[in-house]
Write a protein that binds this ligand. Structure first.
Ligand code: GLU
Length: 579
């Protein structure tokens, strides 16, 4: 995952500009951070374990700086393994987002040539490889290019040379450039949001693009051929978005409260584009919905809606386990991926493969602008949910499943009904969020649950993925073990764990499986477990979507009572751009 950032310009102090940028990027990883600046033709470096911390920043003012925030994949979380990594002669320094898959074999070869390694990272192998290429190459740019073409895996790198050149190369993990209005300031970053307030235009690098800053200007090259690419056609006007907690204590709770509006944004989706996708869905033999983590639950819920309302053979996959489907899928099938970032590595790998090998059509529903997934899409949809800053996803999940519901209603031929139901849903969630009684009940339950070691959540049918997502939210935010099971499957195994004092939450809707869930509840009660009920009495096709809001609130308050870092839970990162 990891975040990459750079600033070149005289209007701001590059050191603090990069520091601020890293703060905005640390949702991508917060194992360690590092900043390197140019000072008197020398590169000075600061790097530390933990979250970005002003007290530890001891670098002079500068006009050129690069920075990195790490989510460790290779090598422990130590100061030494933190990025950026110096070349042996300190003439350049490099930070990476990704995994160099062939680092072991290349390292062995470099060892034989007496290169020394001081860290355990794959990143340092890239640094030494560039040094090795420099011996023959006519300049550092050529050396970087040659070395980059030898890397396997998805890798994006940024390099600062002691002469003040900044080079960014993208393959896989995102890299975006930003330009101030008067063009005198240039930013590099892993996302547009982190520099949005300061720039007027952006340029999203494609895979295989190399952006070089040297002596006041940027040039763009194809990393494979080394040929220049025309910059003029590539730049986009930035869409400014505000990022502030406002009256809320955390981004998570703010984002939960934004959900009625997020559903309104789904209602405003362009009907013609949705209709085109619905037609493709009907033409397809199988529809595969794919995602990872929370987006995996969203993909499964979208598949559920397509089966239930559209009567479509929709299958859900999780990114990490999708590879065995590559052989089964063919060009009469369709892949749909909901994603917050549009950069999830395992999903992207699957999509790239099936598009290339099997010419499969692909639809995406993404929240971040300019993502790789959007660009690969035959049918592209933007969630327009606004920036989601909390590492745990809430509003984007609700957006994804509301979109899936609407899509399924269009496939069913009931667009109007779908829209009306979403309008009602938005009002209902608004009420739920503003009901003091409701919130107090959830808080009381959260207080009890925050003292538990295991929490069970049971549901069925439309609520099956909802309880799974509720489980994900509790695990992520409170570090308590949670277990989401189909209420019907309970008696096949987990019933052995039901005994006095075990907390079990039942999520129930007023639908055809209600009685089954009530039966399971009675079985659990008979074993004297502590049963809690989250019930939606209203008969509604979108009941599951309002139920997840209650579970999100519950997870938020449990994490709050535990005193955890809610917006940045330990060990995880928001956009998983490595496999
Ligand atoms: N492989 C690099 C490391 O472990 C970067 C990891 C990443 O991008 O998540 O330091």
């Amino acid at each position: 995952m990891c975040g990459i950032y750079a600033y070149i310009g005289k209007k701001r102090n590059a050191t603090s500009a990069v520091f601020d940028g890293l703060k905005r990027l640390d949702y991508r990883g917060y194992d360690s951070w590092g900043i390197a600046v140019i000072n008197d033709h020398k590169i000075l470096l600061n790097k530390h374990v933990g979250k970005v911390n002003k007290a530890l920043l001891k670098l002079p003012k500068s006009s050129i700086a690069i920075g990195h925030t790490r989510w460790a994949t290779h090598g422990a979380v130590t100061d030494l393994n933190a990025h950026p990594h110096f070349s042996s002669d300190k003439s350049f320094i490099l930070a990476q987002n990704g995994i160099m898959e062939n680092h072991e074999e290349i390292k062995v070869n470099l060892f034989k040539k007496y290169y020394k390694f001081i860290s355990q990272t794959d990143t340092e192998v890239i640094v030494r490889l560039i040094e090795e290429e420099s011996i023959k190459a006519k300049n550092i740019i050529e050396a970087i290019r040659k070395a980059f073409n030898k890397l396997r895996g998805r890798n994006t790198i940024i390099i600062l040379t002691k002469d003040g050149q900044v080079v960014g190369v993208r393959n896989g993990s995102p890299l975006v450039l930003g330009f101030s209005k008067d063009k005198t300031e240039i930013y590099f970053s892993s996302d547009t949001l982190s520099f949005a307030p300061y720039v007027d235009q952006t340029l999203t690098l494609e895979n295989g693009n190399m952006a070089i800053y040297s002596e006041g200007k940027i040039t763009l090259k194809d990393v494979v051929t080394g040929k220049n690419i025309d910059l003029k056609d590539e730049k986009n006007k930035i869409q400014k978005q505000k990022v502030a907690k406002g009256k809320y204590k955390h981004f998570m709770i703010k984002e939960i409260y934004e959900q009625p509006n997020v559903i309104r944004a789904v209602i405003k989706q362009d009907f013609t584009s949705l209709k085109k996708l619905a037609t493709q869905i009907k033409k397809s033999k199988n529809v595969y919905c794919i995602g990872s983590g929370t987006a995996g639950a969203a993909a499964a819920q979208i598949a559920f809606y397509l089966r239930t309302f559209g009567k479509i053979n929709a299958i859900s996959l999780i990114g990490a386990e999708a590879s065995e489907y590559v052989d089964l899928i063919n060009k009469n099938d369709l892949v749909i991926a909901p994603s917050q970032s549009g950069e999830t590595a395992d999903v992207l790998e699957f999509v790239e493969k099936v598009k290339k090998l099997k010419k499969v059509k692909f639809a995406s529903y993404v929240n971040m602008q300019g993502s790789l997934m959007s660009r690969l899409s035959d049918f592209k949809f933007m969630a327009n949910a606004g920036p989601e800053i909390c590492v745990m996803s809430t509003k984007v999940f609700v957006s994804q499943i509301s979109w899936g519901y609407l899509l399924a209603k269009i496939v069913e031929g009931k667009y109007k009904k779908g829209i009306n139901n979403l309008i009602k849903l938005s009002q209902k969630i608004n009420k739920l969020l503003n009901s003091k009684t409701n919130i107090n009940r959830l808080k009381n339950l959260a207080r009890i649950l925050s003292r538990q070691k295991d929490i069970f959540i049971l549901g069925k049918g439309q609520n099956l993925q909802i309880i799974k997502e509720g489980m994900v939210k509790i695990i992520e935010g409170s570090y308590i073990h949670a277990h989401g099971i189909s209420a019907g499957d309970l008696k096949h195994y987990a019933i052995t764990l039901m005994e006095k004092g075990v907390p079990v939450i039942f999520v129930i809707s007023n639908d055809e499986v209600r009685d089954d869930v009530i039966n399971a509840m009675n079985e659990v009660k008979a074993r004297r477990a502590d049963v809690y009920l989250l019930e939606d009495k209203e008969k509604s096709e979108t009941s599951a979507i309002s139920n997840i809001v209650s579970l999100q609130l519950l997870a938020y308050y449990i994490a709050l009572f535990k005193g955890n870092d809610i917006d940045k839970p330990r060990n995880i990162a928001k956009s998983v751009t490595v496999k």
